[in-house]
Design a protein around this ligand. Structure first.
Ligand code: ZN
Length: 136
């Protein structure tokens, strides 16, 4: 499996505008890639920090997994995403090793990415996202 780098760190927020105001005002980081990801029922914004990104995720529906996460654990660190070359190959390799996957096939993520989640039960408590991007 060809792991490229930490692509981004996902943070669940109750209110995207309020969260963005912290990042913009206090840290001087302008967001980009603000978009609704219908499949995941979230609105996302990306903030570049060096060559990695912070992804803020606001639920757009009460049955979004991010809404459930915030209800259960409050706002905060939700997932770490690792960039891979070939997401199907990475998933097949993990499955063959008996790793518990949330997504056995990739789904659409923000910014035209293809993503899949690995269950925290297999990763010692961290929700891990595999992320394949066409460019960058
Ligand atoms: Zn993510």
């Amino acid at each position: 499996m060809n792991l490229k780098k930490i692509d981004h760190i996902g943070i669940a927020v109750a209110n995207l505008q309020e969260a963005l105001s912290f990042w913009e005002t206090s840290l001087g980081i302008e967001p980009h890639g603000i978009e609704d990801v219908a499949e995941r029922k979230v609105r996302t914004a990306f903030l570049s920090v060096g060559d990695t990104e912070i992804e803020l995720l606001e639920p757009t529906s009460a049955d979004s997994s991010i809404a459930k996460f915030i209800e259960k654990r409050g706002e905060g660190l939700n997932h770490i995403a690792i960039r891979v070359d070939d997401i199907e190959a990475a998933l097949a390799e993990l499955k063959a090793k008996g790793i518990q996957l949330i997504d056995e096939t990739p789904r659409n993520g923000a910014g035209g990415s293809r993503i899949a989640f690995v269950h925290p039960k297999s990763t010692h408590g961290v929700l891990l996202e595999l992320c394949e991007r066409k460019q960058k």
